[in-house]
Design a protein. Sequence first.
Length: 293
Amino acid sequence: MLQETVDGLNIRPAGIYVDCTFGGGGHSRAILAALGPDGKLFAFDQDDAARRNLPNDDRVIFIPHNFRHLQRFLRLHRVEQVDGVLADLGVSSHQFDEGERGFSIRYDAGLDMRMDQRATLRAADVIATYSEQQLHRLFEQFGEVTNAKTLARTIVAVRSKIPLATISQFKAALQPIVKGNPNKYFAQVFQALRIEVNDELGALKEMLQQVPLLLRHRGRVAMITFHSLEDRLVKNFFKNGTFETEEDDNPFENKKSVSLLKVVSKKPVLPGSEELKRNPRSRSAKLRIAEKI
């Protein structure tokens, strides 16, 4: 949804834009193509491997940090407000395709899953040290795994006898309890571990809270999500200025959150048939766009 995303940002040629998830640089290059010579683009990515995809363009400033530090690093560059913010959430293609990073069930490697290689917590550490209750919670909440309780109990029982440090060891240990399609099951399990290792939902919340303060009047934010947990946070924040739905409001609370953003389209933009053929990974993508009031 490259074109839909860039169109949704409604780019001003002399504006300042932020790509929170630089990755392979595709969105950044499309933004640069729409910017004039006085435009500026700040590209965030906590994965230092993304640096090799930087274009040779003086209008780009690369910031090798998590987007949860958005406001802090923009202020270091004396930027108080911007015209647009983009985030393409989830794992980038190069992370999935580099087997040694441990993101994909297709390869055998160490259970790593760190997007930021400077971080210390790996997926193998989560599996080896978390309590049964902690594992149950993360697989249920972050992976929506149907038998999360059984999964947690199995991991704790098996890890006391054999190491679960690699993808093959981990998958073999869980084979007897896999529910339904094995690929789908392990994808949900890996998603939960990845979200935990990288604190993805915590980082997303922190970033979203900074966006309304950073955007200029009529500036826009475009977010591409890949699972319901992310999408729910983005949808609720754009609409209500909070991460809760209106139904979740406490009836004894008088405080009502007011969003500083206006949703541009009520329903998310979904990938078209051509994109689905070209990029099957986009099948779960949802693009939501909002504008600063």
